[in-house]
Design a protein around this ligand. Structure first.
Ligand SMILES: [Zn+2]
Length: 298
């Protein structure tokens, strides 16, 4: 009697899970149809850090997982450059599932598999680099603190990525929390210093910047105004949200691709909770049209 009760309870749970999935799928299908029809289909910008089968950590995904993600993304999305994603955001009409791929930091192993794999598939990506670890060969502070001094890219590797057609972006010099800095000179040094360093390496023009850590508290109005006045086309955060085609498009919100295949699939198939994530920004987005800035910075 007791066992059959448990079985019934388990069946109910199974049925409830199945039912919830079905209900969500219907909601997602309706949303998709509505967004396609209205031209308000949001644009996803993903960010990765490190693709490797060694030293797994929360900012590393395996080669297999990365390939599976690309297989799935290629089947269901236009995979476009950051500039094209920005164009679709600014055009105020987008009816196509669109994704752009970015990487942060500058981990050496990305050049062993992820970037060659993207090149083989002829897929674009933007590669944001913190210049000091690359110039010095020192590990990132967050890795050193965990006693896991993972290898960083070399300058030659960044130059090779640029030659292969990948866009290089800036990510500060020392991978600092910009929102935590109170000295304006230091903010300028970290941001402008990294952009100028990358230009000296011949991997420019540098058009985009991504904020290390990337949450609202890791940004600042001063830094954003500085990026605009310096002629940057836009900046990326890690807010974990979509970009709507009716937004200004200077601030490019990105979604973490690290948590894995199933999570990513759920988020990118218009998870209603993800869609409603529209946290207010702690800053004024510059009132400029980035398309006018194209090529203005050399
Ligand atoms: Zn970073």
């Amino acid at each position: 009697m007791h066992i059959s009760t448990l079985k019934r309870s388990n069946r109910r749970r199974q049925w409830a899970a199945w039912f919830y999935m079905r209900v969500t799928q219907g909601q997602r299908r309706r949303l998709r149809a509505e967004l396609e029809q209205s031209g308000r289909f949001p644009i996803a910008i993903l960010f990765y850090h490190r693709v490797a089968d060694t030293h797994p950590n929360p900012w590393t995904i395996s080669r297999k997982n990365f390939s599976q993600q690309l297989d799935w993304l290629e089947r269901h999305f236009d995979i476009v450059t950051l500039r094209e994603a920005q164009n679709r955001i600014q055009s105020r009409f987008n009816n196509r599932p669109t994704v752009a791929l970015t990487f942060d930091d500058g981990y050496a192993e990305n050049c062993d598999f992820a970037m060659p794999e993207l090149a083989r598939r002829k897929l674009p990506a933007t590669y944001f680099v913190a210049t000091h670890p690359v110039a010095s060969g020192e590990p990132f502070v967050h890795d050193a603190q965990l006693h896991s001094p993972l290898r960083t890219n070399t300058i030659a590797e960044i130059q090779a990525l640029h030659r292969q057609g990948f866009e290089i972006g800036a990510h500060t010099q020392h991978h600092v929390d910009i929102g935590g800095l109170t000295d304006y000179d230091q903010v300028r040094d970290e941001i402008v210093g990294s952009i100028e360093q990358l230009n000296r390496w011949g991997v420019g023009p540098i058009r985009y910047f991504s904020f290390p850590y990337g949450l609202p508290e890791n940004t600042s109005q001063y830094a954003i105004d500085l990026l605009a006045s310096y002629g940057m086309s836009g900046f990326c955060t890690a807010y974990g949200a979509w970009n709507w085609p009716d937004s200004r498009g200077y601030h490019l919100r990105r979604i973490h691709a690290d948590p894995g295949m199933q999570t990513l699939k759920s988020w990118l198939t218009l998870d209603p909770r993800k869609l409603s994530d529209n946290r207010p920004l702690p800053f004024e987005e510059p009132d400029i049209a980035p398309s006018l800035l194209a090529g203005s910075f050399t």
